[in-house]
Design a protein around this ligand. Sequence first.
Ligand code: ADP
Ligand code: MG
Length: 664
Amino acid sequence: MSDKTQDNADTASVDPQGAKDGEKMVFQAEVNQLLQLMIHSLYSNQEIFLRELISNGSDACDKLRFEAIADATLFEDDSDLRIVVSVDEDAGTISVSDNGIGMNRDEVVANIGTIAKSGTKQFLESLTGDQKTDAKLIGQFGVGFYSAFVVAESVVLTTRKAGESAENAVRWESDASGGYTLNTAEKASRGTEITLQIKAECKEFLNAYRLRSVIKKYSDHITFPIMMLGDVPPAPVPAEGEDAPVEEPKQAELEQVNAASALWTRPKSEISDEDYQAFYKQVCNDFEDPLTWAHNRVEGNQEYISLLYLPKKAPFDLYDGNHQRNGIKLFVQRVFIMDEAEKLMPRYLRFVRGLVDSNDLPLNVSREILQDSKIIDSIRNASVKRVLSMLEKMADKQPDDYASFWSEFGACLKEAPGEDFANKEQAAKLYRFDTSNSDKAGELTSLDDYIARMKVGQDKLYYITADGYQTARNSPHLEIFKDKGIEVLLMHDRVDEWMMSYLHEYDGKSFVSIAKGDLDLSAIEGLEQESAEDKAEKEKKAADVAPTIERIKTVLAQNTSDVRASTRLTSSPACVVMGEHDMALHMQQLMKQAGHDLPASKPVLEVNPTHPILDLMDSEQDDDRFNDWAHLLLDQALLADGGQLEDSAGFVKRMNEMFLALKA
Ligand code: ADP
Ligand code: MG
């Protein structure tokens, strides 16, 4: 073992030059941890090792078929891509081999024995100890190869890359006890063969029928044939009086075990729900059934098939800022071209899984070509419409499914107004928000339902954004609305403030933030009549407190852009109001924390002229004391708005002084 490999497990096994033939290499620290966890957490789901190895073989065949479009010699006169599973009961081994792309030495070192993927840490953190749940995570995190060690005490992988000579193959061996050895090997046939020495307690898998049923269960829709040896045909019985013929004994032949049909090419009427679900699980690597799907064949000017699925659960990193994954596979005339074809779906629909199979694109299409392909643009536009109408239908016909979709993916969909101008109204129809009409979080309303409940004369959609449900629910800005029975949408997702900077209208009505700008409720019927008398009273109050407001304004000149009498408040003494085009305070704070330099926009302080604090302040002769009152008024308004105080120690000090003054 070299020092390097021992001291620095993170980089050790990534250095292929460091490995001489036969040398023992150390697993990356995470690999060890992962292996142990897998072996223990998959105890009751051991059979998935086969699914994972077959899926890798299938990926390798896809890769080869794609590369061979540009260089047909890579096929080496063998273009029948397939996966062969064999079992040797006596030796206690199972092998899975493919004639796909294979790996060279560097690739073996980089891919097997190292976990290069960024998701590994999250994977380890996500493991729950619940075997069913954990088994689901494996496909999602791309750590499938290691599942071999769930049933095997040792694994030998021999691989030769397509186009390399037979002597340039590589053998990788490991018994999972901390490391592996690498050797140069010979392999006549291209591709990868993985042989598992099965553990004594997993002997049940050393049985061809068992393996066949596992393949049918998990890998039926793999698009390449999965072959196993059939039964040996019985030797012919010699006719009476004749000697037995001196033929070679019959050999068992390879038979295809899986259906291997490109399911999406079959007519819808011939495909059952179970077929669609099984296909999804195998092709999209999910353990759970999808929520729903849409299968469409488009003919005419353009010819393509799309099969789009909505998953039940969001992947762990869907909301990571740098999540680039896109779940759509691109096929051209049934040939797999690429995973994660990001041009086929906008980012706000990145959770949609499935495939598009085009008849019009060239087989040698690259990501660069896709960038400005008219064909792709039109497939994408149609796919977006399809997904949005699939969701609309679900919201209408299966509200429970829709609710579960919304809680998983709603925040993603809220990126639509910023990203897809043409479809923002249709996306907004799908939005659900908490509302001031309910006292509980989670009783959501659609914009259409909100509109149906609007007051006569109300032509605005009122909303408030906040950093949490409680802050929104208890915001002083809501007081007048509660008082008048006007419904307000409570938006407390992180993305909401950003979304609303793009979503200005819905159904011809404009959105108004109740925490920004001037508030004018005069058009709403039933509000003015009952308050005609009160109004005069209020105006008088406002005139009374005008000098106090002027005093406050002078004190807070540095901290506010204005101080004025409020029409929004009924019980709180004060609130802060942002300019119509300013960002909400909680958002400004988030942006600042993220290191963005924002032009400081000072809030307006609105005070409640009917609140007794104003009278108290009015009679306050001591300027220092008045100063404290004014600052307290602003600070509590900021706090109620979910804001943070620049001088929180100052706030506490003033509070305490006020208490002491009460006593005096
Ligand atoms: P994933 O398949 O999600 O990438 P795995 O742990 O299953 O994760 O495999 C790790 C990597 O090892 C693969 O991405 C691939 O590069 C390589 N690999 C595994 N099996 C094969 C194979 N049969 N042929 C070629 N490469 C393979
Ligand atoms: Mg895999």
